[in-house]
Ligand binder design. Structure first.
Ligand code: ZN
Ligand code: ZN
Ligand code: ZN
Length: 105
């Protein structure tokens, strides 16, 4: 019985530490998630909304409405670009410079 008394508070402390860590990571994601690191022109060239806002198809900016970078250095809301690339007249080109769209890795 004495053993159990010693062991259980120890385990509780570990659980708390684990929870703390999870909360910290979640907070960091919430803060960093939609502060996109984008150069000068900070509006999407397709929908003309700011990158800190979401595309017209979404209601809440953040991880659910990510940005996509092309090798031509242009940035768009991913949803805007996918819609654009799905359009027949896009010919799979970047809407800004008409170069073949290649997603930067
Ligand atoms: Zn957009
Ligand atoms: Zn979106
Ligand atoms: Zn481009």
């Amino acid at each position: 019985m004495r053993h159990l008394h010693v062991a259980s508070p120890y385990r509780t402390r570990n659980d708390e530490q684990y929870t703390d860590m999870k909360v910290t990571i979640t907070d960091w994601k919430a803060v960093a998630g939609w502060r996109w690191d984008v150069p000068d022109d900070d509006v999407c060239g397709i929908c003309r909304s700011a990158f800190d806002a979401c595309c017209p198809s979404c209601k809440i900016p953040g991880d659910d409405c990510p940005l996509i970078w092309g090798e031509c250095s242009h940035v768009f809301h991913m949803h805007c670009l996918l819609k654009w690339l799905g359009a027949e007249n896009s010919q799979q080109q970047c809407p800004m410079d008409r170069r073949p769209w290649v997603t930067a890795s």
